[in-house]
Design a protein around this ligand. Structure first.
Ligand code: HEM
Length: 494
């Protein structure tokens, strides 16, 4: 147990200020397994590859994600989906979402995302300098990284995955509803649920409005007859559970809200981290630009459009995204609740000098406690990665290097498992797992790559960027974002 002065408060404050530093410091003192008190609950952290495997590869008979997350997510997503249903239903819902992420969809998405980036540069107030200096690269403008990328990500996600109706609404009333709903998506609701806070009251009203909004769109589409749309809504409207039941309009609405929330913060954070690092490394920005010239130049200063298939053959762009996710995985702590007393096996319990008091070198985690994996710790572990705290995309180009091996283990790992949403690499023991692993592994990974890749590629074609220094992490939010000020200066590339 991590030493603390006050019961209930325990290590809440130290963890909250910088969880990664807290984990590394505890690892030095206690080994890979230790427990700490977080707002009155006991959390057992299991670090390293074996620790990640213990949590992410755990069986549903032993541990549960829904028991720990439902208080946070159900009031935001709505009833009947994700963590407000049995795990087997979630697995089916993940399968339905995967059906909506086909190559055909990705081809279409790549085009509309590029179109949104262009529109953004042509309309957003921060890019006035870009517009006013069509033939000159002398004038510099600036934009706050996270705030600006959040806006661009909601435009691109709504136009592609969410559908045209949502995209149109983002410019109007939807923005306010989203704002109130998002305001209730806060870590405090994970541990202290049901507080009558103003943000929760607003959240509940917004959830109802947003759910009604999606149901309205579904009803309108049904009334129109044959569907022409290529988006997630269209795909979900045609799915059935294994028992033959179709999804209700409410369930579809709530899955759509879940996808909106799951993708919005993660992709906004990742794109803003990528840009602040790129702004601090003009050499990488230049290499990225040259990759675009090499692959897409029309020879007259213009570029041809990026196709989905192109995105799979742009190694520099790929390594920029991978390295950003290595250093800044948006989710630093992955939690599960223990359903029945759980034994931590000796190999994990004693790793890195852990000293269980039991004779057989095991720890028992009691029923009701939380367990926590932090892939971020393995991704920043100096014992695994050379210059672990330096953002260096080139580490992904060495086919024999640690990064390539970790990726191979993550993508093609020793075994493929089908948890109900298609075969995935188990990947639970890889030191690189920004999208989680096991049965709760992210299904938005490919979409995120399409979105992030298309956004960054279209920006590098048009802008030069710079920043004084990369901002530190802000851990106060659900998702780890750059601390403000995070302004990036830009000028038009001519
Ligand atoms: C850079 C972007 C993203 C990152 C880093 C990311 C990361 C993650 C992680 C770490 C998990 C595992 C959570 C856990 O085990 O408790 C997860 C699950 C999930 N993500 Fe993502 N995600 C991203 C984008 C997206 C997008 C765009 C979508 C939707 C299109 C999405 C939908 C989901 C869903 C449905 C789950 C499954 C939850 C479960 O099974 O419990 N994610 N994501």
């Amino acid at each position: 147990m991590v030493f603390h002065w006050f019961p209930v408060i325990g290590s809440t404050i130290t963890y909250g200020i910088n969880p990664i530093q807290f984990f590394f410091e505890c690892r030095e003192k206690y080994g890979d397994v230790f427990s700490f008190v977080l707002a009155g609950r006991t959390v057992t952290v299991t670090l390293g590859a074996k620790g990640n495997n213990f949590v992410l590869g755990g069986k549903t008979s032993h541990i549960s994600a829904e028991d720990v997350y439902t208080n946070l997510t159900t009031p935001v997503f709505g009833k009947g989906v994700v963590y407000d249903c049995p795990n087997s239903t979630l697995m089916e819902q993940k399968k339905f979402v995967k059906f909506g992420l086909t190559v055909e969809n990705f081809r279409y998405y790549t085009h509309v995302i590029a179109d949104e980036v262009e529109k953004f540069l042509q309309t957003h107030e921060c890019f006035k300098t870009y517009r006013d200096n069509a033939n000159s690269s002398d004038a510099w403008g600036s934009f706050p990284a996270f705030q600006t990328m959040s806006e661009l990500i909601i435009y691109t996600a709504s136009r592609s995955l969410q559908g045209e109706e949502i995209r149109a609404a983002v410019d109007g009333s939807f923005a306010d509803i989203y704002h109130d709903l998002d305001g209730g998506f806060k870590p405090i609701n994970l541990l202290l649920p049901g507080l009558p806070l103003p943000m929760n009251i607003k959240r509940d009203k917004a959830q109802k409005k947003m759910s009604d909004f999606y149901v309205g769109i579904i009803e309108k589409r049904r009334a129109q007859g044959e569907q022409k749309e290529i988006d997630m809504l269209a795909s979900l409207m045609g799915q059935r559970y294994r028992n033959g039941r179709t999804l209700s309009d409410r369930e579809i609405a709530h899955i759509m809200i879940a996808l909106l929330m799951a993708g919005q913060h993660t992709s906004s954070a990742t794109s803003s981290w990528a840009l602040v690092h790129l702004a601090a490394r003009p050499d990488v920005w230049q290499t990225l630009y040259e990759e675009q010239v090499q692959n897409f130049s029309n020879g007259d200063g213009t570029f041809r459009e990026i196709e989905y298939e192109d995105l799979c053959n742009l190694p520099i762009l790929d390594s920029v995204i991978r390295e950003t996710l290595r250093m800044h995985p948006p989710i630093h702590s992955i939690l599960r609740q223990v359903k029945d007393d759980l034994v931590v096996p000796p190999t994990l319990a004693t790793s890195r000098g852990g000293k269980p008091k039991s004779e057989d070198n095991t720890y028992i985690i009691p029923k009701g406690h939380l367990i926590l994996a932090s892939p971020a710790v393995s991704q920043l572990d100096p014992d695994i990665w050379k210059n672990a705290n330096i953002w260096e995309p080139s580490r992904w180009s060495d086919p024999e290097g640690v990064a390539a091996q970790a990726l191979d283990q993550y993508e093609n790992g020793s075994e493929k498992v089908d948890y109900g949403f298609g075969a995935v690499s188990k990947g639970t023991s890889s030191p690189y797992s920004p999208f989680g692993a096991g049965r709760h592994r992210c299904i938005g990974e490919q979409f995120a790559y399409v979105q992030l890749g298309t956004v960054i590629a279209n920006l590098v074609r048009k802008l030069e960027i710079k920043i004084n220094c990369v901002p530190p992490h802000n851990y106060r939010t659900m998702i780890v974002v750059p601390e403000t000020p995070d302004d990036i200066s830009y000028r038009r590339r001519v």
